[in-house]
Design a protein around this ligand. Structure first.
Ligand SMILES: [Zn+2]
Length: 107
């Protein structure tokens, strides 16, 4: 059954409706059903992030379309939150980047 949901971890759409929550049949991630009105973004430690927070990368990230990468420990100041599977927008060396929330922690 197509629930119209997208797994926040692996972004697959094979989602099982488990009553009061959803379960991803690809990676097994489970999450609660919630109103979609409020955007809640949590970091790798489960801390809620807010617009304007400073974050630190907990993983090396490839830069889309470039051979370079962002090293673990890179600090990004003054993030914005956006809807989607890469909910964190931050500027790195003058370029706007979208980053997945599980790859960062609050600085
Ligand atoms: Zn998944």
């Amino acid at each position: 059954m197509d629930t119209g949901e997208i797994c926040p971890i692996c972004t697959m759409t094979d989602i099982l409706d488990a009553g009061d929550g959803y379960e991803c049949s690809v990676c097994g991630h489970e999450w609660m059903k919630a109103d979609q009105d409020e955007l809640v973004v949590t970091d790798a430690n489960g801390k809620v992030l807010a617009a304007g927070d400073d974050i630190t990368l907990v993983k090396d990230l490839k830069i889309n379309g470039k051979s370079g990468k962002l090293k673990v420990g890179t600090k990004i100041r003054g993030i914005r939150l956006v809807d989607g599977d890469h909910p964190i927008e931050g500027k790195v060396e003058g370029r706007a980047m979208l980053i997945r929330s599980e790859f960062v922690k609050k600085a």
